[in-house]
Design a protein around this ligand. Structure first.
Ligand SMILES: [Zn+2]
Length: 260
C-alpha cells in the first residue's frame, strides 16, 4: 500500500538520522527517566533505549539451570516437537515488554529496537557460552521473508537483528544464503550455472557457499511452532553443516509464562 511505503521511508530517514546522532533519544523506553544520567556509551555502546535499571530488570530466561540451552527445558521440548536445530538460545518469553517491542519492529518500523535486541542476544550468548561453550561459529544467517512480504514491509526484521548480532560475534553474516520461495516455484535456469541451488519445501539455498561451513547460527525474531527454523536447519544439515544453533529474541509457546 502506498501510505505504508511512504511511512516506512519516513521511518528509515528518521532512523538514519538517529544513527548519526543527529536526533538524540534521551528517555528510557520503559520508565521515561533520562538515559544520559544513568548509562554511558562505554556501558552499552549499541543501545540507547533503556536506562541501566530497566535493562537489568528485563525478564530474561535464566540459563544456569538449562546448561545454556533452552532445549534442556521439558516445556520447550514439548512445545517444539520438531527440532532440526541442535541448540536454542532465546532472550525472553513472549511477554511484556518484548511482545510489544517485536510488533513495533515488525509492523511499525521501529528500527532502533534492532540494536537493543542484538545487544540482548549477545549478552545472553556470552552468558550461555560461559555455562557451556559454543563450537566456533562459521556463519550467521537470518530467517528470510518471502519477497512479496518484503516488498510491502520494506525490510526483514530478522535480518536487522542478525546482521548486528553477527557484527558483535565478529562472524560473517550472509543475508542471501536462503530465499523463501513459493512451494512449487522452479529455480531451474533462473540464476545461471555457477549458482547451484537446492530447493526443498519453502526454501531455496545457495549451497555452493556452504563449503567448509560447520556451524551456522540461524537468527529469528520469535519462534512459535519452530517449523520454519526446523525446515531451514534440516536443509542446512542435509547439505553438510554439522551444527545449527537457533538464536531468537523470544519464544512464544502456550507454556512460555511458566518457563522463565
Ligand atoms: Zn528505565
Amino acid at each position: 500500500m502506498e501510505w505504508q511505503r511512504v511511512l516506512n521511508q519516513w521511518r528509515i530517514l528518521v532512523y538514519s538520522l538517529w544513527q548519526k546522532n543527529i536526533i538524540k533519544l534521551a528517555c528510557c523506553d520503559l520508565c521515561f527517566s533520562a538515559i544520559s544520567d544513568t548509562i554511558t556509551e562505554q556501558e552499552m555502546p549499541t543501545q540507547r533505549l533503556l536506562c541501566t535499571h530497566c535493562l537489568n530488570e528485563l525478564p530474561l530466561f535464566r540459563l544456569e539451570q538449562l546448561q545454556g540451552d533452552l532445549l534442556h527445558w521439558p516445556a520447550i521440548i514439548k512445545g517444539l516437537p520438531q527440532r532440526g536445530f541442535n541448540r536454542l538460545l532465546t532472550v525472553a518469553p513472549y511477554t511484556a515488554p518484548f511482545d510489544h517491542w517485536l510488533k513495533q519492529l515488525k509492523y511499525q518500523g521501529r528500527f532502533e529496537l534492532a540494536p537493543l535486541f542484538a545487544t540482548l542476544l549477545y549478552k545472553q550468548w556470552q552468558h550461555a557460552h560461559h555455562i557451556h561453550p559454543f563450537d566456533s561459529v562459521d556463519l550467521v544467517i537470518s530467517v528470510p521473508v518471502h519477497q512479496s512480504k518484503w516488498q510491502i514491509r520494506g525490510y526483514n526484521q530478522a535480518h536487522l537483528i542478525a546482521q548486528r548480532f553477527a557484527n558483535k560475534l565478529q562472524v560473517p553474516y550472509q543475508s542471501n544464503l536462503i530465499k523463501r520461495v513459493k512451494q512449487g516455484d522452479s529455480q531451474v535456469g533462473k540464476t545461471g550455472a555457477q549458482r547451484r541451488r537446492a530447493l526443498r519445501g519453502n526454501f531455496a539455498i545457495n549451497d555452493a557457499t556452504l563449503k567448509h561451513i560447520k556451524h551456522v547460527v540461524l537468527v529469528d525474531d520469535v519462534v512459535t511452532t519452530g517449523s520454519t527454523a526446523n525446515e531451514i536447519s534440516k536443509l542446512l544439515i542435509s547439505l553438510g553443516v554439522h551444527t545449527v544453533t537457533l538464536v531468537t529474541v523470544c519464544i512464544s509457546l502456550p507454556l512460555s509464562n511458566k518457563v522463565k
